[in-house]
Design a protein around this ligand. Structure first.
Ligand code: SF4
Length: 626
């Protein structure tokens, strides 16, 4: 048998599945090694990957959650040095499987106080694998700002205060390439992370972000400016001939199809028109679901200023849209940025939106939370609640906001507390649109009722990436949008036939780690998973693994004291219905919402408080307990 390696270089690692020691054993897909770094003591050591957990939870999200369960001290203050930040890869990272060379970053979020798994593309994850690591666990706090520099098995902490601290993200990457290695891959924070802005994100390959949940702030709290990594090893795939032949077939049959190639041609801005048409585009701080200026910031408008595509490592889809207008060049904006920083801020000026997006990228801010907080400040100013000098629409104040927030200067110092705390401070909590303190993304449940349950039960707070009923309710029209009937079951299982990802399936898909933009199915995952563990997987087993992972996440959140599953009241109360627009007069209704939540718990095999029962945990093979 030929042993295949990516890239084609001699391998020092390989594997036999099921051997938890990994020492001297040839591993396929996994590197079998976890790097543990304590920034406080400056010590770094490698240890074997727990292959028993890898077999049970696969990789990516699932394996990350299992490590978080073990590594996060129960009830730890998220800001404390003891809260680890874990970088995790998936088994396919570093191979030629499309969209699967992604990185997941996990920790107890300083925003929500519960788990947060946030994903970034680019080429950091394959470089981790080439350096020999499946995961990196970072704990402690450095006495002075540092860069963690990893070159294969050589690990160093570089002083960062004089040269790197204070740099924006693109400048930092360039400086580290100049100073360390022109091929180095960097995961870094901008000034926003240094200044502990709760929604500071992590950046890699300039425009790729692990955006949600505040991982950038946690890097800042650890005095960690960046992780820079360079690997010269490879990833073994076992029988290379069989693997490559199968991947060629899979790419041809399942990846390079019209079902996915919209992402290459137009990317997520393609969502603007149908979402606006359905009346669920958050507009002027969620005061409307339809934006009159949408045509100025939709896909058609962006195609006029598109100058190219970029792709993550070994991705055949290549969805990254490069735009240039008004002297600003950059990747994006993605749909969520258009929704939150565009329509929700009343901004119908494409150049202004591109500039705002680029400002967020360079300062290191999550655009969803940033747009939400700026829109809230605009709303408060318009209503006379407070005067932040921000009003709906493009303006110099709008463009200055990301920099002020990142530096905590002027109004930025006030806005930096986040939507919930800002609205509460001025006595208008009803104006903050968040779930579990995470600002909501770009779909208003008042015209797509399934999103109410998706948001309320998401395992990381206000998030659209765990279940996406928008595919059914808005894009395909395969289910009526204005009822909750049958929606609880769909939120759990999804509808893979039309790209509606449900919570169980997203959990195993993100353990792959497959990108959202490949509408992969459980059956297709099974065809790839068999190469990793050298046995057949059924679709049912794939779905069961996903459900296992979702339940593990629920246990973690319960252990840490998760808030009740609920929404901002106006999103489901009768009086919260829109007076006009395509979804005018539609109201979810409080009774219907609570009934659907009860149904959701029941279908999950959880008790009435949302706690998984012992019978369910045993059935799923979850190996931890509260
Ligand atoms: S589809 Fe886009 S974001 Fe996803 S892996 Fe490919 S290039 Fe990266």
């Amino acid at each position: 048998m030929t042993r295949g390696v990516f890239p084609q270089q001699p391998s020092s690692w390989g594997r036999a599945c099921g051997d938890p020691t990994t020492k001297g054993v040839v591993l396929d897909f996994y590197q079998g090694k976890v790097l543990r770094v304590d920034l406080g003591s400056g010590k770094a050591e490698a240890e074997p990957l727990n292959l028993e957990w890898a077999e049970r939870y696969f990789g990516g999200k699932g394996l990350l959650l299992r490590y978080l369960w073990e590594e996060v001290p129960p009830k730890v203050d998220p800001w404390s040095p003891e809260n680890p930040v874990i970088l995790m890869t998936g088994p396919f990272a570093g191979t030629n499987v499309s969209t699967a060379s992604r990185l997941v970053v996990g920790a107890k979020s300083p925003i929500t106080g519960i788990l947060d798994d946030s994903y970034a593309g680019g080429s950091f994850a394959p470089e981790m694998k080439f350096a020999g690591y499946d995961a990196i666990i970072i704990t402690g706090k450095a006495a002075e700002p540092v860069v963690l520099w990893i070159k294969d098995d050589k690990v160093e902490l570089l002083a960062a205060a004089a040269k790197y601290w204070g740099l924006k993200t693109s400048d930092l990457e360039e400086a580290l390439r100049d100073d360390l290695d022109e091929e180095v891959k960097v995961l870094s924070i901008g000034p926003a992370g240094e200044n502990l802005i709760p929604w500071a994100c992590l950046s890699t390959d300039q425009f790729h972000k692990a955006g949600r949940g505040g991982h950038g702030a946690l890097f800042g709290a650890k005095n960690l400016k960046a992780v820079a990594i360079r690997g010269t090893g490879s990833v073994s795939v076992g029988d290379a001939r069989a693997f490559l032949a199968d991947m060629r077939r899979i790419h041809k049959e399942y990846v390079l199809t019209p079902f996915n190639l919209w992402a290459n041609e137009e990317g997520t801005p393609i969502l603007v028109d149908p979402v606006n048409g359905a009346g669920v585009l958050p507009t002027r701080n969620w005061s409307a679901g339809w934006f009159a200026g949408a045509a100025a910031i939709n896909s058609e408008a962006l195609l006029k200023v598109k100058v190219g595509n970029r792709a993550c490592y070994q991705c055949a889809i290549g969805c990254r849209q490069v735009h240039e207008a008004g002297g600003v060049r950059g990747e994006g904006p993605e749909y969520e940025t258009i929704a939150l920083c565009g329509a929700n801020c009343g901004v119908d000026d494409l150049e202004a939106l591109l500039r705002f997006n680029r400002e967020c990228d360079e300062w290191g801010l999550d655009t969803i939370s940033c747009g939400a907080v700026v829109a809230l400040a605009m709303d408060m100013t318009e209503r006379g609640v407070a005067d932040f000098g921000l009003r709906f629409g493009p303006s110099a104040a709008y463009l200055a906001a990301p920099g002020l927030i990142a530096r905590r200067e002027g109004i930025g110092a006030e806005l930096a507390v986040g939507a919930r705390a800002l609205a509460a401070r001025y006595g208008v909590p009803e104006l903050a649109m968040e779930v579990k303190n995470l600002e909501l993304p770009g779909y208003d449940p008042r015209g797509a009722f399934g999103m109410s349950i998706a948001y309320a039960t998401s395992d990381r707070g206000g998030c659209h990436m765990r279940a996406y009923p928008i595919a059914d309710e808005v894009l395909e029209g395969t289910r009526p949008p204005d009822t909750l009937e049958g929606k609880a079951a769909q939120i759990i299982r999804g509808n893979v036939d039309n790209g509606f990802i449900g919570q169980n399936f997203s959990s195993i898909k993100f353990s792959g780690i497959f990108c959202d933009f490949w509408a992969v199915t459980p059956g297709q995952l099974a065809q790839m998973f068999k190469h990793v563990w050298k046995r057949e997987f059924s679709e049912d087993e794939i779905m069961l693994m996903g459900e296992r992972i979702w339940n593990l996440g629920r246990l973690f959140n319960l252990r840490e004291g998760v808030e009740p599953d609920a929404l901002p009241r106006k999103l489901y109360a009768e009086e919260g219905a829109f007076p006009e627009g395509p979804s005018a007069g539609k109201a979810i209704g409080e009774e219907a919402f609570w009934a659907a939540l009860r149904e959701y718990y029941e279908l999950r095999g959880w008790d009435e408080r949302g706690v998984p029962t012992e019978a369910k945990l045993a059935e799923l093979g979850v190996d931890v307990r509260l």
